[in-house]
Ligand binder design. Structure first.
Ligand SMILES: [Zn+2]
Length: 419
């Protein structure tokens, strides 16, 4: 490549030399001939233009490109000043970039690409802010000007089938499924599957998800999870992504029931059940009694999410339950959360809440023997066991939505051999 370019330049230089020599020798004698032969003139122009381009090209070869990454606690301005530029210019550059992106969102680890002249002067500062977006500040005759470059990204649906040997995470790793996609699938399966009890080695997981690729077919990121299915020993579970006619995106079972249930089985993230529902010894009370809920062992201050959409009917202090919140849901369900260290701001009687919203922070208040979250579900006013209860779906597809969903689902099955 380099040799070839050298050869081209070499011939160009010879050509220019010959033309210049010829022009110098013959032009005084052939002025009229020159005017009558514009083709020769345009040939010279073409050669000079070519030469000029090459010289600019040669010039850019002398730029020095480097790539740095922002250290913890370091600002972009600090990084730029470390390369030797003044604080004023560093300010101009960050100010210019700030016209396009929110500079407060630039974090440690951010890649900063610099282009400097051979003299060390910075010409370009570019930040790849996401897999498909780069923001660049360039030095110009008008000062520092910033622009953004978006790369074309194409979603390419991909089916991956994975055998579970030890865990779903292991299966994801072994079969190259992006972690974010597996996390999403696990979140969906969690409504139907008890991961400790239901999953056996040899169970199969099938995921259909989008790979986001650039024009060169390189994988840049994972897109949407379109389908997640798992074969268990006694049943199959499935989740299909569907965008409703009102624009809401949810995952559904074949029946049109949303995978998401009206109530969550677990109102805290990643918690261990420290005490189940039912009869037990209650040392603090000194007798055996019915445990009306489930206890999750969590550190004080863990956010507690409301299990479903509803209305707050109690938010306050109780001598046994400590700080507690009770919420009324549709279909005769109520949920109650107790022993909070504090109730979240704005959670008051009569307030509407949405599934997953944080209503308080776990604690050890009231009659409690250690930090935990006590979670109760009432059905028609009576406590029931949320671990074993099958909750109603959060949403059910009907009419045109159901028809469209069925068509889309069948098309995916046919195209990707899903069943
Ligand atoms: Zn309890």
């Amino acid at each position: 490549m380099q040799l070839q370019r050298f050869t081209v330049r070499y011939y160009l230089l010879i050509a220019v030399f010959i033309i210049l020599t010829a022009t110098l020798i013959y032009s005084p004698l052939h002025v009229s001939a020159d005017v009558s032969q514009p083709s020769s003139d345009s040939f010279q122009t073409a050669v000079f233009t070519e030469l000029e381009t090459n010289l600019i090209d040669l010039g850019s070869d002398t730029y020095k490109d480097s790539s740095l990454s922002l250290a913890r606690g370091e600002s972009l301005s600090d990084l730029l000043q470390d390369t030797g530029i003044s604080s004023l210019e560093a300010f101009d550059i960050t100010d210019s970039l700030g016209s396009i992106i929110d500079m407060r969102r630039i974090q440690a680890g951010q890649i900063v690409n610099l282009r400097q002249t051979s003299g060390g002067r910075i010409q370009e500062v570019s930040l790849p802010v996401s897999f498909d977006r780069t923001v660049t500040a360039r030095w110009s005759s008008h000062g520092w000007l910033s622009s953004e470059q978006l790369s074309d990204i194409f979603p390419v649906p991909t089916v991956v089938s994975a055998r579970v040997e030890s865990s779903l995470f292991q299966a994801a790793k072994d079969s190259g499924i992006p972690l974010s996609i597996m996390m999403e699938a696990i979140g969906l399966f969690s409504f139907e599957v008890d991961f400790q009890r239901d999953i056996q080695p040899g169970n199969n997981v099938v995921l259909l998800y989008e790979k986001l690729q650039n024009v060169d077919g390189e994988n840049m990121a994972a897109g949407e999870l379109l389908y997640a299915g798992m074969e268990l020993d006694d049943r199959n579970v499935e989740a299909w992504r569907y965008e409703r006619l009102d624009g809401t995106v949810e995952y559904y079972e074949e029946s049109g029931d949303s995978v998401r249930k009206a109530l969550l089985k677990t109102p805290v993230d990643g918690a261990r059940i420290s005490s189940g529902f039912g009869f037990r010894n209650i040392p603090a009370l000194g007798f055996t009694g019915l445990h009306r809920g489930i206890d999750f062992a969590v550190r004080i201050g863990t956010p507690v999410m409301v299990a479903g959409d509803g209305e707050v009917i109690i938010a306050g202090w109780h001598k046994l339950y400590g700080y507690r919140v009770m919420v009324r849901h549709a279909n005769q369900y109520d949920t109650m959360y107790a022993h909070f260290s504090r109730i979240a701001t704005g959670i008051l009687t009569g307030v509407r809440v949405e599934q997953g919203q944080v209503i308080g922070y776990s604690g050890n208040t009231g009659n409690s023997t250690g930090p935990h979250c006590h979670y109760e579900v009432h059905y028609y006013g009576k406590p029931v066991n949320p671990s074993t209860l099958k909750f109603p779906p959060g949403h059910k597809l009907e009419g045109d939505d159901m028809n469209l969903f069925t068509l889309e689902r069948r098309a995916l099955i046919a195209e990707f051999n899903l069943q």
